[in-house]
Design a protein around this ligand. Structure first.
Ligand SMILES: CC(C)(COP(=O)(O)OP(=O)(O)OC[C@H]1O[C@@H](n2cnc3c(N)ncnc32)[C@H](O)[C@@H]1OP(=O)(O)O)[C@@H](O)C(=O)NCCC(=O)NCCS
Length: 173
């Protein structure tokens, strides 16, 4: 799928219904229509959607980021199952990191389920590092979270630690 076919734009209220369809296919603990609507309306949030073609006819992925002083917190990232492993997720994260937050000073931070190797590898491949384990962070099913971060000040970390070497419950960096 050529990158030119994918258009990233602001998620707006009317888009939420389409985003919800991807959400249902992507998470066990799902955001509701109200969750997305309030995020889209929140002035501290950045919600972007990836669509096929200029007409934005087919929504294939989205990302929601909440700005908190010196942190940009990725709250949601998902790609429609039919379009996974074609770099759409990477494109959305890179767009936030390199375009939207180009001049932002601080860190991008996120939580990810320990078992979610697809997401962990994606963030890893973009230079995110694991910070620490947050025990019992997720419900339905219960699971620990890895907290990962990307330092926008340094555009990466001076000394990297690989995911495998992170000792549980201790900070790696
Ligand atoms: C996680 C998710 C967003 C990845 O989106 P994607 O568009 O498929 O990812 P990409 O194609 O950009 O993959 C980038 C890298 O991630 C890794 N990756 C992606 N999917 C993978 C999979 N199923 N298994 C193993 N590695 C995977 C690969 O290292 C890949 O690099 P490569 O193409 O060079 O091998 C997608 O699987 C998804 O929507 N999952 C459900 C929701 C979710 O878990 N969101 C993240 C919450 S933190």
């Amino acid at each position: 799928m050529p990158a030119a076919e994918i258009v990233i734009s602001d998620m707006t209220g009317p888009d939420v219904a389409r985003v919800i369809e991807i959400e249902k296919l992507s998470f066990t603990h799902k955001w509701s229509l109200n969750d997305f609507t309030s995020e889209v309306l929140n002035p501290d949030s950045i919600c972007k959607m990836a669509c096929l073609g200029d007409g934005r006819a087919i929504a294939i992925g989205y990302i929601c980021v909440r700005m908190m002083v010196d942190e940009a917190h990725i709250l949601r990232l998902a790609v429609h199952p039919a379009f996974r492993q074609r770099r759409v997720g990477s494109l959305l994260v890179k767009y936030i990191k390199d375009e939207v937050l180009r001049d932002f000073k601080g860190k991008i931070i996120l939580e990810v389920r320990m078992s979610n190797m697809a997401a962990i590898r994606l963030y890893d491949s973009l230079g995110f590092k694991n910070l620490y384990i947050r025990r019992h962070y997720y419900a339905g099913p219960e699971e620990d979270a890895i907290v990962m971060a990307f330092d926008l000040d340094n555009r990466g970390w001076p000394i990297g630690e690989s995911f495998q070497s992170c000792p549980s419950e201790h900070r790696c960096l």
